[in-house]
Design a protein around this ligand. Structure first.
Ligand code: DQA
Length: 140
């Protein structure tokens, strides 16, 4: 199984962010965890801070991967462009969030991009990604 793991803005800065909300691991370490837990899968990691680059990566994913895990970062709450790209991309997709969004600020309560995915997981820090991979394999 080929799985694309997309991380959006500021997720390349996890070591500088609030550990109590997010994770003390960086993206590379999270990908290593995924590889260890799911040795039969090939995980490809992509991170960008730029909305249009994320859109292009999602557009290209359908022909290259069996499934997608995406953490759109703050774009999860605002990006119609990413939501539309996810809708066009017909492979199974799960949105993840490290933090527990239901317990956070009002402006993080809108989950726009998640509407174009098969579902979302929030609040389990790096384990959100492991849960997403487990569920994605059920969908593929
Ligand atoms: C996040 C939650 C977003 O609200 C925030 O802007 C992020 C990270 C998470 O993984 O918990 O950058 O997507």
């Amino acid at each position: 199984m080929k799985i694309l793991v997309i991380n959006g803005p500021n997720l390349n800065m996890l070591s500088k962010r609030d550990e109590s909300q997010y994770s003390n691991l960086n993206i590379e370490q999270i990908i290593n965890l995924l590889c260890k837990e799911f040795p039969d899968c090939k995980f490809t990691s992509y991170q960008s801070n730029i909305e249009g680059e994320l859109v292009t990566e999602i557009q290209n994913a359908a022909t290259l991967y069996d499934g997608m895990i995406i953490n759109p970062g703050a774009y999860a709450h605002t990006s119609v462009a990413i939501k539309d790209a996810l809708e066009i991309c017909k492979i199974p997709k799960i949105e993840v969030h490290l933090s527990h969004l239901a317990n956070r600020e009002e402006y993080r309560q809108t989950l726009l991009t998640a509407k174009s995915t098969n579902g979302y997981i929030s609040g389990f820090k790096e384990n959100s990604y492991l849960a997403a991979a487990f569920l994605l394999l059920k969908l593929i």
